[in-house]
Every structure is written in C-alpha cells, then in structure tokens.
Design a protein. Structure first.
Length: 166
C-alpha cells in the first residue's frame, strides 16, 4: 500500500471541507450583496430630497447599476452552488463505492455510519424523518431569490420613479 495516498476517511473529510467552503463562499457573497443593496437603496432614498443634485443619475443610472450588480452576484452564487453540487455528487458516489466494494473493520464501520448519517441528504429530525434535502433546498433558495427580488424592486423604482416625482 502506498503510504502517500489519501485514505477514504481523508478523502471524505476533504469533500466535506470543500462543501463547507462553497457554503461559506455563498454566505459571504449574500452578506456582501445585501450590504451593498442597503447602501444603494439608502442613496436612492436620499436622492428624493428636493435639494439633491443629479436626479437623472440617481433615478436612472443607479437602478441600472444595482440590477447589473444583482446579475453579477446571481452568476457568482450559481457558480458556487454548482461547485457545491459537484462535491455532493462525488461524496455520494464515494460513499456508495465504499459500501459496495470495501470491507470495513467494526470501528471503521461505526465511523462510516456516523459520517453517512450526517451527510446533507441523510440528515433527520429528532423523530427520524429525513429532512436533509428539503432543508438544503430551502437554504439554497434564498441566495437566488434575493437578487431576483432586489432586481424587481429596482425595475419598479426605475419605471415608476419619474411618474411619482413629476
């Protein structure tokens, strides 16, 4: 046996770390995005002051810039969730191969069973109902809904602001 090769446990741990890294990346992008949108919305609201200069910029250009920002963040979130899906599929494939192709010692089997139970797809409620995929889907919807929602808000502002102001 090659002592420099990765063990199954190290490989599974590495996949879990990669999945978590993508999750952290998504969370930080959403945090950055919501923060940037709050600054843009505050600036937009302040631009309605009667003495505020550059109304065309703030009522025409700012909403377009905010929508472009939404498209960019949506693409980057999609890329991170795609990468996370790749790692989740690889994890599932490796687990299936270990189950079908390897004989584990009792201690290894205990650790393997524990690992399997904590995989996203296998997570359960206290009552034993499998909820992992549903919860995972709900958590992943928010990063996609936010840019779409903010874009709709900015489109509304861009379209109706001239009529409200005039």
């Amino acid at each position: 046996m090659d002592t420099n090769s990765l063990s199954i446990a190290e490989t599974l741990k590495g996949l879990r770390v990669d999945i978590q890294a993508e999750h952290t990346l998504i969370a930080s992008r959403v945090t950055w995005y919501v923060t940037s949108q709050s600054f843009l919305l505050t600036t937009y609201a302040m631009s309605w002051n009667a003495n505020f200069g550059w109304p065309a910029f703030f009522h025409d250009i700012l909403p377009i810039a905010a929508i472009v920002l939404s498209v960019v963040i949506l693409a980057s979130i999609y890329a991170a969730t795609w990468a996370q899906d790749v790692y989740l599929r690889e994890q599932t494939t490796l687990i299936a191969r270990v189950k079908n192709e390897l004989t584990l010692s009792p201690a290894e089997q205990l650790a393997f069973d524990s690992y399997q139970r904590t995989m996203v797809a296998n997570r359960t409620t206290a009552g034993g109902k499998v909820m992992g995929n549903l919860v995972h889907a709900l958590v992943r919807d928010t990063p996609f809904i936010l840019p779409i929602g903010f874009s709709a808000l900015w489109l509304y502002a861009r379209h109706f602001a001239p009529f409200i102001a005039g």
